[in-house]
Design a protein around this ligand. Structure first.
Ligand code: GLN
Length: 304
């Protein structure tokens, strides 16, 4: 399969959409990003790769970090994690409060904000240095020691993070989180602020794409069955209230973030990351979704 040629053809085919959507502006620092950027990187379990455009430009991975938090929390808590967080698709926006209130402070899944805020609380409870430990884990998965938080983005998000603060308050009221609200939000926003490029994300997600490979990074170890189950949750919950649409159009487990990144895996074959900051109304990258839809259509490769 000539992935390089395929991703080049895809880029030409989706250019008519390049001005569609708007970057996330509710996080003031993200409003400053040039929205007219596009990058893609794919790497295969056989060691081949394909790259296009701004594949080496780092961007805010935002909710993509929730997959890495889940890996760390599952390694620490095992199945006990599911006492505090569900694993069903939410069918609601990533920052919705309604469902959380209705379901008495138990988030539907780890990939909506409420679930990830609970995971930040778990890391605070179980780790001596959660900020450093999480970053060390991400660096180890990606095999790259230069990956870092962007503290300006995190601080900027805290300043306007009224909805996430409301979610944290509701979780605290229901005793789903143990630590003080400010510390939990601080860690949650920091985790979202990590910056990585498409190449770095695709390489990091090879850890999930190839579940036969040992998962043990900086002492955070998962069984192959746990890795497969993380992929299952990406499939059912990775795109909030657009998870069904992503399964329908693309057919791969994946995760998006409001920085405009999307990462997806074709189990045992490849990992791919695409980035373009303009989002649709559900908070998912317009060009990213189109690119992945065409990728699995052109190659006739998907999990279905
Ligand atoms: N930090 C963002 C928020 O909490 C993450 C959301 C996302 O990427 N979907 O709103």
């Amino acid at each position: 399969m000539d992935y390089q040629k395929i991703i080049e053809d895809i880029y030409e085919a989706i250019r008519p959409y390049e001005k569609e959507g708007q970057q996330a502006t509710y996080i003031p620092e993200l409003a400053k990003v040039n929205p007219d950027q596009y990058g893609m990187h794919l790497c295969t379990t056989r060691g081949d790769s394909a790259s296009l455009g701004a594949a080496d430009t780092r961007f805010s991975i935002q909710s993509i970090s929730k997959v890495l938090s889940l890996a760390m929390c599952l390694a620490i808590k095992g199945d006990d994690l599911w006492k505090k967080i569900g694993k069903e698709p939410s069918g609601t926006a990533f920052n919705s409060l309604v469902q959380l209130e209705h379901e008495q402070g138990i988030p539907r899944n780890p990939f909506i904000n409420a679930g990830a805020i609970v995971m930040a609380d778990i890391l605070l409870t179980h780790l001596d240095n959660p900020e450093q430990d999480f970053l060390r884990f991400v660096r180890a998965v990606a095999g790259n020691d230069t990956i870092d938080y962007n503290r300006e983005v995190a601080a900027s998000e805290r300043e306007t993070g009224y909805l996430n603060a409301a979610i944290a308050n509701l979780l605290k009221y229901h005793q789903t989180i143990e630590n003080d609200i400010e510390s939990v939000l601080h860690l949650y926003f920091l985790m979202c602020s990590i910056e990585m490029s498409c190449r770095e994300l695709a390489l990091a997600f090879m850890a999930f794409a190839d579940h036969r490979r040992e998962f043990n990074y900086d002492g955070i170890a998962l069984t192959s069955s746990q890795v497969k189950r993380i992929n299952a949750i990406m499939q059912t919950c990775g795109f909030y209230d657009e998870a069904g649409e992503f399964a329908y159009l693309v057919g791969l487990p994946g995760k998006s973030g409001v920085g405009g990144g999307i990462v997806a895996i074709y189990p045992q074959q490849y990992s791919v990351a695409v980035w373009s900051p303009r989002l649709n109304s559900k908070g998912n990258s317009v060009m990213g979704l189109k690119a992945l839809e065409l990728l699995t259509s052109e190659t006739k490769e998907s999990i279905f």
